[in-house]
Ligand binder design. Structure first.
Ligand SMILES: [Zn+2]
Length: 116
């Protein structure tokens, strides 16, 4: 694989990881899904149905961000291990165009279609 492109994707992933971590921080969460989230609710509203709804909405947002975080750190880990860009299912190389469009892709196009 072209090293300069790989380097570019890596920079992009690291930037995104930082922004994802920042988002998690803003929500009072960490990248660890097992860690309890301290969702701050306005005083007086803590027991209301509205607060409960907002809390569960926020938790699902956090879950999505954590999922994204796992995808990105997984891709960076594969780069470190030298397996980045190989399809996890069939082992073929994922075209660089696909990786540029979707840097966290771990499956080639045909395997991604099979699994979706
Ligand atoms: Zn494949």
């Amino acid at each position: 694989m072209e090293q300069d492109k790989l380097q570019m994707i890596r920079t992009q992933l690291i930037e995104e990881l930082k922004s994802v971590e920042r988002q998690l921080g803003e929500h009072g969460a960490t990248a660890n899904p097992d860690e309890a989230v301290e969702v701050s609710t306005d005083e007086g509203f803590a027991d209301s149905a509205q607060a409960t709804m907002e809390r569960s909405e926020m938790l699902s947002v956090i879950e999505q961000i954590q999922h994204r975080h796992a995808e990105i750190s997984g891709a960076l880990k594969r780069m470190d291990e030298g397996t980045y860009g190989k399809c996890e299912r069939c082992g073929r190389e994922i075209p660089i165009e696909r990786l540029e469009a979707r840097p966290t892709a771990s499956l080639c196009v045909s395997c991604a279609q099979l699994s979706s």
